[in-house]
Design a protein around this ligand. Structure first.
Ligand SMILES: C[S@@+](CC[C@H](N)C(=O)[O-])C[C@H]1O[C@@H](n2cnc3c(N)ncnc32)[C@H](O)[C@@H]1O
Length: 277
């Protein structure tokens, strides 16, 4: 696989990195996919940048209910892994943190930069792969990802890398698709998750969809726990998100799961972990 890894100055260098079975092409595929999808994320990015109350995930559940952010953010060094249009970093910056947004997509970062200028909120944005960060060990107090690298990068690479760049006691928080939903998700993009298991639980890792360019990563619960603990984290919580009755999905997350399904089973989950001191 050819990966582009940020050199810390906005430049790039390329390197070969072939994973197990020689099939680790996901970075190049996901970069190309996200450069193509970036225009669909401009409007949601604008809306989230314009709002001061963070909302999360498919159903826009407010931060006041979920508490993804630590209570006190003032002065914390934070890294957003797969920041996209970087609205999470913007929310962090407005609360006194010093965020750095990292993303593999130039197009997504171009939107983020435009929105930074519009809102007069400068913070660092780096083009790079969350699986191989260019930051020194123990640089950050918080690593966060909302449907970013936690979904699109290989967890066997990005989780240890997040542990490396976090300081002892630093927090890792990520929001991704619910494991149960992935087990019920048919191959076709046109079909919503069903009330039947259609995939194997054992061996969950790399997910591809017939004819689609992107590659996703989803693990079973035991595998997440072992990976997090083996990388130096203690798991502090697992939130299984449930939309309120009558909720409507926030574009562009509509068309992923029906409300009736999401009221019965968790379609999204938030992992909260802390690096052992
Ligand atoms: C859905 S966006 C996440 C941003 C935002 N929270 C959102 O929900 O729109 C996913 C982002 O992850 C980025 N991404 C995918 N693989 C990545 C990797 N290996 N390292 C860093 N960013 C990655 C994509 O380029 C994309 O901008």
């Amino acid at each position: 696989m050819v990966e582009i890894d940020d050199n810390g100055e906005g430049g790039e260098r390329e390197r070969e990195d072939v994973g197990e079975g020689g099939a680790a092409d996901h970075v190049a595929r996901n970069r190309a996919a996200w450069n193509g999808w970036a225009h669909d994320f401009v409007a949601p990015g604008e809306s989230n940048w314009a709002s001061d109350e963070p909302i999360w995930g498919i159903w826009g559940i407010p931060e006041s209910e979920l508490h993804l952010f630590p209570d006190e953010l003032g002065g914390l060094d934070a890294i957003e892994l797969g920041c996209g249009t970087a609205y999470v970093s913007a929310w962090l910056a407005r609360r006194g943190a010093r965020p750095v947004g990292v993303d593999i997509s130039r197009e997504q970062l171009a939107t983020a930069r435009r929105l930074q200028e519009r809102h007069g909120l400068p913070f660092a944005l780096h083009e790079g792969n969350a699986e191989h960060l260019s930051f020194p060990d123990e640089s950050f107090d918080l690593a966060i990802s909302e449907y970013g690298a936690c979904l699109w990068a290989d967890p066997r690479l990005w989780v240890p890398e997040a542990a490396r760049v976090l300081r002892p006691g630093g927090r890792l928080t990520f929001l991704t698709n619910g494991t149960i939903m992935m087990l019920c998700a048919p191959d076709s993009d046109d079909e919503l998750p069903t009330d039947r298991l259609v995939r194997d639980y054992f061996g969950m890792h790399r997910f591809e969809w017939p004819g689609a360019p992107e590659v996703e990563f989803h693990l079973g619960y035991g595998d997440w726990i072992r990976l997090l603990r083996g990388s130096g984290f203690e798991v502090e919580d697992l939130l299984e998100l449930r939309p309120p009755a009558g909720a409507t999905p926030i574009p562009p997350f509509d068309g992923i799961v029906g409300l009736e399904w999401a009221r019965r089973w968790p379609c999204e989950e938030v992992w909260k972990a802390r690096k052992r001191a």
